[in-house]
Every structure is written in C-alpha cells, then in structure tokens.
Design a protein around this ligand. Structure first.
Ligand code: ZZB
Length: 260
C-alpha cells in the first residue's frame, strides 16, 4: 500500500502532551503529526486530525530539527525507507498516549483552514495501519464524516470544544452520482448513524473511492477542473517537493483493513 504521509506541523501542544515532551525536543525543532492517506488530492478539505485515544505514539527524531509523532510500528517501517538518518534506527525521545494529544493545534498543508486545525479522538483508528494518525476530510471520507458528526453532537462527552470539530465542510471534488459532498451523501443514503456502523461505512468508503477516483473532478486548488485521476499524483508530487509530505509504504501482509 503506497501512502502519502502528510506532515501536520504542531503549532501548540495540548497541556498533557506539552508536559510529556517538555525538555525533550529542542526549542527550534519542528514537530509533525504524520498522517497516512491514500487521497492526497483531498487535502484542501482537512478540518481536523484524528488519533486513537488509547493508542501509544512515539516522538521520533528524524533529524536535528525535525520530529515525527507516529506509532512505533510506522517509525520502524520508515526507518527502512530512508526517512531517518541511519537505516534501521528510529530514535524515540518520548511516548504519548493519543488522549494526551487531544486539542493539540496543527497546521495542515493545503487545508483552507490555514490558522490550524485540532487533534481529535477517533475510536476506529487502527494502531496496525498507516501511522496511527489520520487526517480528517469529511467532504470525501464517510468515516471522517461520521466521526465529526458524532463528536459535534457529544462534544462535552468527548471533552472537546465544539468549535474544534464544527467547521464547515469544504467541497473538494464533484462526482456525477454524489455531488460535491460525497461522504455526507453516502452516509445519509446508507442510513449510517454512527462511527460504529462499520459494515455500512466500509461499503460507503468503497463507493466513495471508486466514484471519486474514476469520475471525480477537482473543484478547488491548483488542479481545479482536472480529473481526480490526473490531479492525484500532481498534488502528491507538489506536497513532497515542498517538504510537506513523504512517501510511505506499508509492507505487504502487514496491512490490516478495517473489515479484517
Ligand atoms: C484522508 C482521506 C480522505 C482518506 C478521503 C480517505 C478518503 P484503506 O483504504 O483502508 O487503506 N486511515 C489511514 N490510517 C488509518 C488508521 N490507522 N486507522 C483508520 N483509518 C486510517 O484506508 C486508507 C484511508 O483510511 C486513509 O486515507 C485514511 O483516510 C484512513 F476522502 O486520508 B484517508 C473514501 C475514502 N476517502
């Protein structure tokens, strides 16, 4: 599985995470939450960043001035893909649980929300896939749409501020069958009520992937009016060139899909 690792730069740590990394990262270093995505062309519509509240993350030193927050499993994989200074080594300076990161403010490359977006909890994040960090695009990802809807409904229960999650959804791609908010359309059509409706969500994801990739047209960004198929590698290339993303592949057989 060839992912794009989107580098979401930490602008301001949540209290608990801040205490955990205090004194362990040089003051002038950049720290990034790195989210694995198969849809780099949707990055204009990022509205928040998800972590699994009970997943363990490490803060790994990529170079003197750069640190990544990802699962240890992802760091190990990256250490064999030329991401770190020495092959096979992925020095960790701190560990954090997902919950401690909630509320952290990050800058998401290409997102229309240029002031920064928040790290929020997603119960369905798998520790065994990608980096354990997921960037949220509720316009085009049914899972993300279902989770932001749930979080907005029960902000107090999840101990988050409603305004962190209640951002207008940004239309990114138009498709003939689902309009320009594919995820919302499919969640409603398949009568998905919560992030726990995993079976219908898997179906919605499949439909959204197919329609978006084969029939979608960009309606925002540098490749506006181009087909998604053409725009996808261009957006990816741009992000990597600017140092805002990395290529990340998941070794065969290690990938776990949500359906098992
Ligand atoms: C942004 C995005 C925008 C995504 C979209 C999808 C869609 P797959 O196909 O099963 O490999 N993801 C990444 N890592 C995890 C994880 N550890 N746990 C749960 N979800 C994860 O799924 C790859 C996608 O699943 C990734 O691409 C990421 O969400 C999420 F418009 O990133 B995506 C129709 C999907 N649309």
């Amino acid at each position: 599985q060839e992912y794009t690792g989107i580098k979401l730069k930490v602008l301001e740590f949540a209290e608990e995470a801040k205490a955990a990394v205090e004194g362990k990262i040089p003051a002038d270093a950049n720290v990034y939450m790195v989210a694995a995505t198969l849809r780099p062309e949707t990055m204009y519509g990022q509205t928040c960043c998800f972590v699994g509240p009970r997943i363990q993350y490490g803060v790994f030193r990529v170079s003197e001035k750069e640190y990544f927050i990802i699962t240890e499993r992802a760091a190990r994989n990256m250490a064999f893909q030329g991401v770190f200074e020495n092959r096979g080594e992925y020095p960790s300076v701190a560990t954090l649980n997902g919950q401690s990161l909630i509320g952290t403010k990050v800058h998401a490359p290409l997102s229309v929300y240029t002031e920064g977006i928040r790290v929020l909890p997603m119960e369905t994040v798998l520790a065994t896939k990608g980096t354990g960090v997921v960037t949220s695009v509720p316009s085009d990802s049914p899972d993300d749409y279902a989770t932001v809807t749930e979080l907005a409904k029960k902000a107090d229960y999840y101990k988050i501020k409603k305004e962190w999650v209640d951002l207008p959804i940004v239309p990114i791609i138009r498709t003939p069958s689902y309009g320009d908010k594919t995820a919302e359309f499919l969640v409603k059509q398949l009568k998905i009520n919560s992030p726990k409706d995993t079976k219908q969500l898997a179906e919605a994801k499949e439909l959204a992937y197919k329609e978006g990739f084969y029939l979608g047209t960009m309606i925002i960004g540098d490749f506006k009016d181009e087909e998604v198929q053409a725009a996808k590698p261009k957006v990816r290339g741009q992000l990597i060139k600017k140092g805002e993303a990395i290529a990340y592949s998941e070794p065969e057989g290690q990938v776990m899909s949500r359906s098992g």
